[in-house]
Write a protein that binds this ligand. Structure first.
Ligand code: IPE
Ligand code: IPE
Ligand code: MG
Length: 262
């Protein structure tokens, strides 16, 4: 499939059985069930334009809107977006405050439209450490969209893969200590069930814009067999055609999971 991806993007047609839009050139049967995105490069986007970093964060929040819509149209089941890591607290307080404000504004501004489009909000991370106001908005967003059956938008906020694994180990240890669980009964499914992402499929496709090719503590457990897709484009410039290009690339990959293809 060597088709120009811009053409692919422009020429969507029809609807699939599940009601999602279908984009020409993409195989509707092999749409990734779970796409994860490290929304990186906001600061560099602003810097390139001679603007302060907050402008990049605002533009990044804006870019997310179209990507959520496109993921839903494609029939992706889960979209996990990395919004704030457990390490991002190292940044200057003003930047952290702004990121929290943008997050709060995002929930205020988007919740109605997300809900109307059948999207279910979910959050992964140590949300307990966020401000009470933000925690209340998170709880409300989860509650008001809980019955929706469309795309799950899983926002990773104050998320760290190692912190998540540490938490899971503690929870499992507590079950062992109480006698509810025998050590010999702990298997991979037990661990998955104790992750923030419990019940969600593992990511099939993991996208990182802005040129760096690392996980930065994202989905360490879940990304065991994720296909990686990197681009130099900074997150605020990431558009639906880039998501479609990533999915098209994903569909050309040979996922062997340690076995043999045929
Ligand atoms: C991603 O953009 C947003 C967060 C990490 C919260 P950055 O702020 O990391 O942008 P760069 O990497 O400095 O360009
Ligand atoms: C990863 O980006 C975290 C988010 C995008 C939320 P960072 O900018 O924090 O990652 P590093 O520091 O370049 O590894
Ligand atoms: Mg960064």
């Amino acid at each position: 499939m060597s088709r120009c991806l811009t053409t692919v993007w422009k020429k969507w047609f029809g609807k699939t059985d599940n009601g999602s839009k279908l984009y020409a050139g993409l195989d509707p049967v092999r749409v990734p069930r779970h796409v994860a995105i490290i929304m990186d490069g906001n600061g560099r986007w602003a810097q390139k334009r001679g603007l302060p970093r907050p402008f990049g964060h605002r533009a990044g929040a804006e870019a997310l809107r179209a990507i959520v819509r496109t993921a839903a149209e494609l029939g992706v089941g889960v979209l996990t977006t990395y919004a704030f890591s457990t390490e991002n607290w190292k940044r200057p307080a003003e930047e952290v405050d702004l990121l929290m404000k943008l997050f709060s504004d995002y929930l205020d501004n988007e919740i109605d439209e997300l809900g109307a489009n059948g999207i279910r909000l979910r959050f992964s991370g140590q949300t307990d450490a966020l401000s009470p106001g933000l925690r209340a908005k998170i709880a409300q967003a989860e509650a008001t969209t809980a019955a929706n059956g469309g795309l799950v938008l899983n926002i990773a906020v104050n998320y760290g893969g190692r912190a998540e694994i540490t938490r899971a180990v503690r929870l499992i240890a507590a079950d062992v200590a109480s006698g509810a669980l025998a050590p010999g009964d702990i298997d991979e499914a037990t661990i998955s069930r104790h992750m923030y992402t419990a019940g969600l499929p593992d990511p099939d496709l993991l996208i990182r814009p802005a040129g760096d090719q690392r996980l930065s503590n994202f989905l360490l457990w879940q990304a065991a067999y994720a296909e990686f897709w990197f681009t130099d484009i900074n997150w605020p410039d990431f558009r639906p055609e880039h998501l479609i290009a990533a999915v098209a690339d994903f569909q050309r990959r040979d996922r062997r999971f340690g076995g043999l293809t045929r």
